[in-house]
Design a protein around this ligand. Structure first.
Ligand code: ADP
Ligand code: ADP
Ligand code: MG
Length: 246
């Protein structure tokens, strides 16, 4: 633990929570039996060509691969996308027809699209299928009763997801969701004109699977996110990279 503390200090990693897994220092360490990393995912990670994990990846990957709830804060450009997509892909492993098993929400279409692109890279040859809602009007074809079992991972802004949930009958079924990730959670939880907060509560309520794992990522630590996470998530781990600004 002395060593773990020194490692965290060296990389400016602060953690809060019980039994927080130690950070990794190389992507190779993910091949330890503890993490059961999919060989195909390992190849896809390697082919991204990153020499070593960034601090948020060092700490968030072990936490999420061990299925813990996470609130993570790390600067813009520090590789948060890979930190949540890798555990999702590893957890889902293979394509299933049971319905959506992962939901990633971001505050803008552009951000959702960037996550989608990264996800397409990391899921190469895994068989996992990812969808990005580009038009709610096309959702009837995409998710209608006959093909709602097509995708494993859904990436979207919240308003589209809520709209689809509110249709009669609902055009989206989230009861199999095992991974619920908010990217730029500080923006999603901010009170204001978008009123994402209310939409998130509705969407979260539709994720009824008790096995659902939740992770929040953002650039800054904000009180609304911490409050929501502490209220809803058991056994939460909080990670901050760099200066603490709460
Ligand atoms: P954030 O969401 O924290 O703002 P991104 O996930 O968008 O950051 O990543 C920023 C850039 O860093 C992307 O171009 C991404 O491909 C790259 N990147 C991700 N992980 C690493 C890494 N371990 N080493 C170097 N670059 C990385
Ligand atoms: P976004 O605003 O995320 O870019 P869209 O433009 O596809 O997504 O849809 C935005 C919102 O417009 C939806 O969340 C929904 O509330 C509303 N909307 C879209 N299509 C319809 C429709 N056919 N009937 C009523 N409302 C709609
Ligand atoms: Mg990001």
């Amino acid at each position: 633990t002395e060593h773990v503390n020194a490692l965290r200090k060296q990389h400016n990693i602060t953690v809060l929570g019980k039994d927080v897994p130690a950070p990794i220092t190389t992507f190779d360490e993910l091949n330890k039996p503890d993490y059961k990393l999919l060989p195909r995912l390992q190849e896809n990670l390697l082919s991204r060509g990153f020499p070593q994990p960034t601090p948020i990846q060092m700490q968030a990957l072990p936490i999420l691969l061990k299925n813990r709830a996470l609130m993570a804060c790390a600067p813009t450009g520090s590789g948060k996308t890979l930190a949540f997509l890798t555990p999702i892909i590893n957890g889902l492993r293979i394509h299933k027809t049971s319905g959506l098993r992962a939901l990633v929400l971001a505050p803008t279409r552009e951000l959702a699209q960037q996550i989608y692109r990264e996800c397409m890279e990391l899921t190469k040859s895994t068989g996992l299928r990812t969808h990005f809602i580009s038009k709610v009007s096309e959702a009837r074809q995409q998710y209608g009763p006959e093909c709602k079992q097509k995708y494993d991972i859904l990436i979207s802004t919240p308003n589209r997801v809520r709209f689809l949930l509110q249709q009669q009958p609902p055009l989206l079924d989230l009861k199999c969701v095992e991974w619920f990730v908010l990217d730029e959670a500080d923006r999603l939880m901010e009170e204001g004109q978008n009123n994402f907060k209310e939409q998130l509560d509705d969407i979260y309520a539709a994720c009824t699977n008790p096995q659902n794992r939740v992770a929040f990522f953002s650039a800054t630590y904000t009180v609304p996110v911490a409050k929501w996470a502490l209220r809803h998530l058991k056994n939460l781990v909080r990670v901050t990279i760099g200066v603490q600004n709460s």
